[in-house]
Design a protein around this ligand. Structure first.
Ligand SMILES: [Zn+2]
Length: 162
């Protein structure tokens, strides 16, 4: 095995919430923020909680623009309530009707922007994509920070009861 395997541990409650939101928004895109923590220097991301899109988010068939102020407030509130244990680890969004949960060029740019805008607190953010309509597929991606260059890789999803 080359390097270290990256995993996203996904709480069942989070997956249920995301799938429910995806169905509610159909045929438009929706999304939100992922909350949890990272261990083993970013190799393991545990997603314990999720938030849906804020009231000012914009949804259309092929785009989703988050309500950034809402997302920031939600993330701050969760971090405060958990004394910093649980925090923002990345985003999730849907690709309705898509046959695979791959990242668009815009998604890749967004993932890099998340890392930059974190001010060093989140070097390796994750992105969860929900593709499809009646049958949905989930895929997780992560920005891997490197001294020379960063890259985006697909990471394994491990489900747990939570
Ligand atoms: Zn996307």
């Amino acid at each position: 095995m080359r390097g270290s395997v990256r995993r996203l541990w996904l709480a069942a409650s989070v997956e249920h919430a995301v799938l429910h939101e995806a169905a509610s928004a159909d045929p438009n895109e929706t999304g939100g923020i992922l909350l949890g923590y990272q261990t083993s220097a970013g190799r393991v991301t545990v997603v314990t909680d999720v938030r849906s899109a804020g009231p000012d988010a914009r949804h259309s068939r092929f785009s989703f623009v988050p309500d950034y102020d809402h997302d920031e407030r939600e993330a701050e509130e969760v971090a405060r309530q958990s004394c910093g244990v649980v925090s923002y680890v990345g985003d999730w969004h849907t690709h309705p009707g898509a046959t695979s949960a791959t990242l668009s060029a815009k998604d890749r740019f967004t993932l890099k922007t998340i890392a930059k805008q974190s001010g060093g607190s989140l070097h390796e953010p994750v992105m969860l994509v929900v593709a499809g309509d009646w049958k949905r597929m989930l895929a997780a991606w992560q920005l891997i920070a490197n001294v020379l260059h960063s890259r985006i890789v697909s990471i394994e999803i491990v489900r747990f009861d939570g």
